[in-house]
Design a protein around this ligand. Sequence first.
Ligand SMILES: Cc1cc2nc3c(=O)[nH]c(=O)nc-3n(C[C@H](O)[C@H](O)[C@H](O)COP(=O)(O)OP(=O)(O)OC[C@H]3O[C@@H](n4cnc5c(N)ncnc54)[C@H](O)[C@@H]3O)c2cc1C
Length: 392
Amino acid sequence: MIGAGIIGALIGRELAGRGLGVVLLDPEPGRGASIGNAGMIVPSFTRPMADPATLWEGLRAMTGGDPLLTVGSLSPAVLTWLARFAVAARPGRAGRSAARLVGPARTAADEYANLAAETGIDLSVAGDGWLQVARSPAVLRRRLLLARALTKNGVDHEVLTQAELRAREPELGPDLAGAVFFPGDSSLDPAAATRAALVAAELRGVIIHSARVISLVRRHGEVTAVKTDLGEFNATHYVLANGAGPPGGRGVQPGWGWSIDVPAKHPPISTPLMGLDDHVVCNPLPDRIRITGGMRIGGTPEDRHDHAATTAIQQAAEQLVPALHDLCEGTITITRAARPMTPNGLPRVARTGRNLITATGHGTLGMTLAPATATTVAQLLGHGGHRAEVSR
Ligand SMILES: Cc1cc2nc3c(=O)[nH]c(=O)nc-3n(C[C@H](O)[C@H](O)[C@H](O)COP(=O)(O)OP(=O)(O)OC[C@H]3O[C@@H](n4cnc5c(N)ncnc54)[C@H](O)[C@@H]3O)c2cc1C
């Protein structure tokens, strides 16, 4: 297995639990996007980004210099990605795709609770739902339309007026038009979840090596080995779960985002929320609030991009929850992470060679879809309870 983020770790745990011998190769196990995300487990957010509204919003943000939505490179690969995104953003497609992802997303919170029980690690799984709040009435109306469309897939929602929202979360800012509340969404501490997935994998017998895979060696359509900085590894089957990293799945680009951890013994909000106008998320965890946001497609951000993005994320969060202003004056921790983005916004979990399975491209939904992906990969391997040979 190549890559030990939440996807690779949960696949490794699943396969080892079914009796397979598994080796995970990763230069920095559990240090990728899986620890730098918002920690939301969200059936309500399964609609892929590639839709006409996001395309329009993206064009407006990029031409208007919005630091939260940018293109990091104009390389041929990124331009191809953008063109394929535009093609995928045709009307009606995102709704149909969401319908396919809701089912897997709905099982995730229970799976993480099982993971906590298996490892004894507290993942701070909370089934408090998700508030999606808007400053602009037009933005709120658009979200409501999408929420109504999801009802037929079993995703419930409630509409909260300004007054109802304030009664529920008194510390929210004054200029909010209202909210859509999704009671079926959950949240967790993503770093704890990723750590637990790795611990559970090892408890089930998975061997983890801190090795970077440089290339896959192929012969007659089969992968025969992986070359790494620690030498070559051979296996009967190979699983590529390396997120946005090279050697990448076809067409996957990094979608850089940022998280800001703000220590807070008594967080000013009790329910996780997202500001729909800026897509900034605030997740109250037991000892801190995690604020996340930003999307930079392609390239590698430099310090000045980090500064522009995190300043904008912080400002957007403070507009939602003014009490964050004082809390952010203390010591905060910033993490930059790359979502593995496919142009059509759908994960790529498939057999991509005779003995190769690719499980990447989970984009904005990797925490939500990781448990279901692990089961899918086990099914794709069609394992019969035998131990796959792994040697070095
Ligand atoms: C700001 C932000 C907020 C997000 N919020 C949410 C959310 O609320 N809910 C949700 O469901 N999802 C969210 N996501 C998305 C989620 O974090 C990702 O989809 C998920 O973490 C992807 O998991 P992964 O295991 O594929 O990738 P990663 O966690 O990045 O793991 C990939 C691993 O592969 C390794 N690797 C790379 N190249 C190689 C190589 N050559 N050889 C060996 N190993 C290699 C890396 O070291 C890394 O450990 C968010 C992401 C971001 C950035």
